[in-house]
Design a protein around this ligand. Structure first.
Ligand code: EPU
Length: 336
């Protein structure tokens, strides 16, 4: 455990926003969570890679920065391997590890910023899959009782960028390890996403391997999404809204080119990036902050700005989208 006297969170959030907190405690081993609880430090908030939060000022809490590392195969046969990863591992490194061990299931999720522990919390997803397709279970510690608990898949209530840890159990558990069931053989790679297919075609790859998919995803992400090391951002700021098919049909009469993905027989998902671009925000800069030029779903911080400015811009975008299309878009990032 390391109690960081410099309680500045700037380097711990990918928006690169300045903010302080009551205490910043780095946790390297699960037992250290119990030590924090014994000291009676409350309230507690948990920080992973800081790639999905917007800090809007002083955080009145002790922040536990998850630094629990380690990746190991704990059980395997000739077809699959059960892998346990420390929740403080970088997700990106975990996927690279899986690729180097020829273990399939996470290749479409390459290069997603953030930690392993945040992956189930958010149910991260990209280019055709969500992490729950390979998720097995996770280990966590309750933040008031100190009780250890294993959550199996059903208990996590995964949905689109949703889980029980963002809802009923918000701020209640410290996730220490996540287990994924990865495939060695008999797996189907997911190359259906248009942009993946295009890259494979360009490279004339007819029978792609898991690393080809991973490489394609890395290429797409690098071309569309800003690198937080260069421009502060937290990936998609909003979720893609789900609307009724009836509402969609009415809008489609006016906006004939409006894209959509089928969710069920009665509902469709509309890309929020398209709605925001149509409202004229794409690539706009407002002093220290703005909307990314290649993906309107991503709000950016150029430096010296603050979280409130970003929140105000987000609210303006939400109001304009609502006025224009009658569609409510909600943030995907956690606002602290
Ligand atoms: N589009 C626009 N303008 C834009 C952005 C998008 O018109 O500025 C339209 C295009 O028609 C495009 C469609 O929206 O074809 C979809 O865009 P994209 O493939 O970039 O995906 P997305 O729906 O905008 C989601 C995830 C991303 C994930 C990609 C790829 C959410 C909130 N976002 O974005 O996840 O990488 O799909 O699977 O679901 C994240 O969660 O942080 C994230 C980056």
């Amino acid at each position: 455990m390391y109690n960081d006297p410099n309680r500045d969170l700037k380097q711990y959030n990918t928006f690169g926003l300045k903010s302080e907190c009551m205490g910043l405690i780095h946790i390297y081993h699960e037992d250290e969570v119990l030590e924090v609880l014994e000291k009676g430090l409350q309230p507690i908030k948990i920080l992973g890679g800081g790639s999905n939060i917007l800090l809007t000022g002083y955080v009145p809490a002790y922040i536990l920065k998850n630094e629990i590392k380690g990746i190991e195969i704990i059980e395997e046969d000739e077809k699959q391997a059960l892998v346990c990863a420390g929740a403080g591992e970088k997700w990106e490194n975990f996927v690279t590890w899986a690729m180097s061990h020829q273990l399939a299931g996470l290749e479409n999720l390459s290069l997603i910023p953030g930690s392993v522990g945040a992956a189930p919390m958010q149910n991260i997803g990209a280019y055709g899959i969500e992490q729950d397709s390979a998720f097995y279970s996770l280990k966590a510690i309750h933040l008031s009782t100190g009780q250890r608990k294993t959550f199996v898949k059903d208990e996590c209530k995964f949905g689109y960028r949703e889980s029980v840890f963002k809802n009923e159990l918000k701020d209640q558990y410290f996730i220490t390890h996540v287990l994924y069931l990865l495939k060695k053989s008999d797996y189907t790679l997911n190359a259906d996403y248009g942009a993946i297919r295009e890259i494979l075609n360009e490279k004339r790859i007819i029978d792609p391997k898991m690393t080809d998919i991973s490489d394609a995803v890395i290429t797409i992400r690098k071309s569309k999404l800003p690198d937080p090391k260069e421009i502060g951002n937290a990936g998609s700021f909003f979720k893609n809204p789900v609307i009724s098919f009836v509402q969609y049909s009415e809008l489609k009469n006016v906006y004939t080119e409006m894209p959509s993905y089928k969710v069920s027989d009665t509902e469709v998902k509309v890309p929020a990036g398209w709605l925001i671009e149509k409202c004229g925000f794409k690539g706009k800069r407002y002093g220290n902050i703005g909307v990314h030029k290649n993906q309107a779903l991503v709000l950016v911080h150029y430096g010296d700005g603050n979280g409130d400015e970003i929140l105000q811009l987000a609210k303006e975008i939400q109001a304009t989208v609502l006025n224009t299309f009658g569609i409510e878009i909600t943030p995907e990032v956690n606002i602290w």
